[in-house]
Design a protein around this ligand. Structure first.
Ligand SMILES: Cc1ncc(COP(=O)(O)O)c(C=O)c1O
Length: 355
């Protein structure tokens, strides 16, 4: 697919890229030169524009702010040694965004707007894609309700926006996580399986409490019994128990991660035993006691593979084996990085080239 011809492009007259070392900026704080905006009104998608990244005036009565009709995606672009820019599985983000849109009673974003806007934006801002081994350009597409109206109802106007920012490592060190047995991230019939902004707002207070106890993240458990683990922060969870890769099965309280899907595909290709099923806290603790809990890690776009070095549960802390010896997660991390940087054959056709 090529860039959509219907996009009006207003280029910046003064690129800011030389003000930064794009290979060395904090995550999510420095934004590239341009942004893409498409507007929806009167039942259809109208204007699309790429313009310099800047503040845009919006009403304090805007419905996204009051009633939470706000969804987003997160994906990454990489630069190969030859300077070629590609995005990791963007069509999966496109599909997931529209799943979120349907659940939140928002209009779906057409593929030509999502992909056309993305490719045109990346062509303009290619200089912002880091070249370092662990660097990437984080891409944040989002859809917000823009009706200037108080009153709970689906908005009639929306903006679909894409902004991007260079990013290095999300977690600089392996993390410790606390199994959360009081607060709930998602319930059956709720919106846990989509990327609704409110899912993240509600997670912050329990995460803050866990951080006060010395953990970086929580592991969410099922809302009914708090006995099954689900996901952690903005990551899906994976465990190597004995010789098997185990991960909680997808359901409507778990986000279907694209990294999760990719890791499972590689594991299966390598002939590893893979189980997608319910995983109880009791099983994790029993495996720890038996010495068969070899690896625990989170998988997601921001962090890629985040090694977990210890798990807290109620008053107990369970230290996990050293990261250096973790065969599967270290290998999958390296291979994924290689595919993204164009150094390992992309046999699954995951990389979408920006031409
Ligand atoms: C709640 C949640 N779970 C899992 C993930 C991992 O998904 P992905 O691998 O598509 O980034 C994310 C990040 O998008 C997330 O926000």
């Amino acid at each position: 697919m090529t860039a959509n011809a219907d996009i009006k492009i207003e280029k910046t007259t003064q690129s800011r890229v030389t003000e930064y070392d794009v290979n060395n900026v904090p995550f999510g704080k420095c934004f590239s030169d341009h942004m893409f905006i498409a507007e929806y009104a009167d039942g259809k998608w109208e204007k699309s524009i790429i313009m310099p990244y800047k503040d845009v005036p919006m009403s304090f009565a805007m419905s996204a702010l009051h009633y939470g009709q706000a969804i987003f995606e997160g994906m990454k672009a990489y630069k190969s040694d030859t300077g070629e820019v590609s995005v990791f599985r963007p069509l999966e983000n496109f599909k997931r965004m529209n799943k979120s849109a349907i659940r939140m009673a928002m209009p779906e974003v057409p593929e030509e707007i999502f992909m056309g806007g993305l490719l045109a934006l990346l062509k303009l801002d290619a200089a912002w894609v880091p070249t370092s081994e662990t660097g990437s350009l984080y891409i944040r597409p989002f859809l917000i309700a823009t009706d200037e109206a108080i009153g709970v109802k689906a908005s009639e106007t929306y903006k679909f926006v894409i902004i991007t920012c260079p990013a290095g490592k999300y977690y600089s060190e392996p993390i410790k996580v606390l199994i959360e047995t009081n607060y709930i991230r998602a319930v059956e019939g709720g919106v846990g399986y989509v990327k609704a902004a409110g899912n993240y707002g509600r997670s912050l207070y329990p995460t803050k409490l866990a951080q006060e106890k010395g953990y970086q993240q929580v592991i969410w458990t099922d809302g009914k019994t708090h006995s099954y683990i689900e996901e952690s922060g903005t990551m899906n969870l994976m465990l190597v128990i004995g010789d098997t890769l185990v991960t909680p099965a997808l359901c409507d309280t778990i986000l279907a991660g694209i990294t999760r899907d990719s890791v499972l595909a590689l594991a299966k290709e390598w002939g590893m035993k893979v189980e997608e099923r319910k995983v109880s806290i009791a099983e994790v603790i029993a495996a720890h006691t038996a010495g068969t809990l070899k690896e625990v890690f989170g998988v997601g776009t921001a962090a890629t593979i985040a090694q977990i070095i210890g798990i807290g549960h109620v008053d107990n802390y369970y230290p996990l084996p050293p990261v250096e010896g973790r065969q599967f997660s270290n290998k999958v991390d390296e291979v994924l990085r290689g595919i993204r940087k164009g150094k390992v054959a992309d046999t699954f056709n995951w990389m979408f080239k920006v031409k």
